[in-house]
Design a protein around this ligand. Structure first.
Ligand code: MRU
Length: 357
C-alpha cells in the first residue's frame, strides 16, 4: 500500500501524490488545474478513468498505466453481478487501451491485468486478484523510481552541477518520487545539485504548471525557462546534464518523449552536454525495432491556439500538434531503468538487459 499522507520535503519524500486508491474508488488530482487549484476527482467506473486519461486529468506514462490498472478493478467491481462478468471486464480493458496511444506503460499494465483476469474463476476472486495486481503495479513503480535515482547518481559527477529537464516526470507523473525528477530529487539530497532549469513545455505547460510547482514544494532550486531559451542556457556551460523521462523506448534505444525532447537532445550534443533518459522498464517496448514504429499522438489544435481558454492565435488557423517526438538512440548518452544503466544505447545492449520479444 502506498503512503498517502501529505509530502514532507526530505530524502524519503515521494513528493505530491496524484493517484489514491480507496479500495472501491480511484481519486485523481486534476492536473489540468494545477498549480492554481488542487482538486481531487473520484472515479467508480472504467469509462470515467479512460476519459480522465484522455483528457489529461492524469498524465505521465507510469501514472497512466497505474490509473488504467485501477480502472480494470473498477470494471470488476461493477461487473460482479453479471453472468458475463469476464467479457464485460475484457471490454473495459479495451476502452482503457483506447485512451492514449504513445505511452506503452498503459498497454503493459493492461496486459498484466488481462493475464490475472484470465486465471480467475469467479467475480469475487477477480476483484481480489485484480486489486492485488493494480496495487503491485503501483508499488513497483515507486520502488523502480527510487532505484533509478541511485543508478543515475553512479554515472554523474560528484561536484554540484545544474541540470535541465523537460515536461513533468515527477511524483505527479508516476506512482511517486518520479523518474527524471526522481534523479533530480536524489541529486539534491546527495548535495550534488545546484539548480534545475525547467522547460515550460509548450503547449500543455507541464514544465511551468507541474514541474516548477513540484520542485518548489520540495524546496529544490528551480528556474523556469521558455522552451526556446534552452539553447542559450546550454551554451552558458552551467548545465552538465539534460535529464528527461520517456513514454516508449524501442529495441534499438530510440526514445519517444514529450514534444521538444528531440530538439533538446540535438542541442545537448552540440554543446557537449550529456543527455540522460530515465524510465522504468515498463516503458521499454522490445516488440518495436525502432522509434519509427511508435504511434505518435496528435491532439486538438485548440491546445496550441489557446492557453487556458484565452486565444493566442486566430481562431481558424490550422495547427499541427504532435505531442511526442522520437529521439534517436545515437543522441542518448544514458538510459537509466531500475535494471541498471545503459550508456550509448544500441540494440545489442538493450537486448542484453531486456531480452528479446
Ligand atoms: O502528455 P503527457 O503529459 O502525458 O507526457 C508526459 C511525458 O512525456 C513524460 O516525459 C513521460 O510520460 C515520462 S513521465 C515519468
Amino acid at each position: 500500500m502506498i503512503d498517502q499522507s501529505a509530502p514532507t520535503p526530505g530524502p524519503d519524500s515521494l513528493g505530491t501524490l496524484a493517484i489514491l486508491w480507496h479500495g472501491d474508488r480511484l481519486a485523481l488530482l486534476d492536473q489540468r488545474l494545477l498549480p492554481d487549484q488542487e482538486v481531487w476527482l473520484t472515479y467508480q467506473d472504467p469509462q470515467g478513468v479512460a476519459d480522465a486519461i484522455r483528457d489529461m486529468v492524469v498524465r505521465g506514462a507510469p501514472a497512466i498505466g497505474i490509473s488504467a490498472a485501477y480502472g480494470v478493478v473498477l470494471a470488476a467491481i461493477q461487473a460482479r453481478v453479471q453472468d458475463d462478468w469476464k467479457t464485460v471486464i475484457g471490454e473495459a480493458i479495451d476502452v482503457l487501451a483506447a485512451s492514449r496511444p504513445t505511452a506503452v506503460n498503459l498497454f503493459w499494465a493492461l496486459e498484466r491485468m488481462k493475464t490475472r483476469l484470465q486465471a480467475c474463476q469467479a467475480p469475487d476472486e477477480a476483484i481480489a486478484s485484480l486489486t492485488g495486481e493494480a496495487e503491485a503495479i503501483h508499488a513497483e513503480d515507486v520502488a523502480a523510481n527510487r532505484l533509478m535515482g541511485r543508478h543515475a547518481l553512479s554515472i554523474m559527477e560528484e561536484a554540484p552541477f545544474s541540470v535541465l529537464t523537460h515536461c513533468n516526470t515527477g511524483a505527479l507523473a508516476t506512482g511517486g518520487y518520479g523518474t527524471a525528477l526522481g534523479v533530480v530529487r536524489s541529486l539534491w539530497h546527495a548535495n550534488r545539485l545546484k539548480r534545475v532549469y525547467a522547460d515550460e513545455t509548450r503547449p500543455w505547460l507541464q514544465g511551468s504548471r507541474l514541474t516548477a510547482w513540484e520542485l518548489q514544494q520540495e524546496g529544490i532550486p528551480v528556474t523556469l525557462n521558455a522552451d526556446s531559451a534552452a539553447a542559450q542556457i546550454l551554451r552558458q556551460g552551467e548545465v552538465r546534464w539534460v535529464i528527461v523521462g520517456a513514454d516508449r523506448i524501442t529495441a534499438n534505444g530510440d526514445v519517444a518523449n514529450k514534444i521538444g525532447t528531440y530538439s533538446l537532445a540535438i542541442l545537448a550534443r552540440h554543446h557537449g552536454v550529456r543527455f540522460m533518459v530515465v524510465a522504468p522498464s515498463s516503458t521499454v517496448d522490445m516488440a518495436l525495432l525502432s522509434g519509427a514504429d511508435i504511434p505518435i499522438e496528435e491532439r486538438d489544435g485548440t491546445e496550441v491556439r489557446a492557453v487556458r481558454g484565452v486565444a493566442i492565435a486566430p481562431g481558424k488557423v490550422p495547427v499541427y500538434n504532435p505531442v511526442f517526438d522520437v529521439t534517436p538512440a545515437e543522441l542518448v548518452d544514458a538510459i537509466v531503468t531500475e535494471k541498471g544503466v545503459i550508456e550509448k544505447p544500441d540494440a545489442e545492449q538493450m537486448t542484453a538487459m531486456f531480452g528479446r520479444r
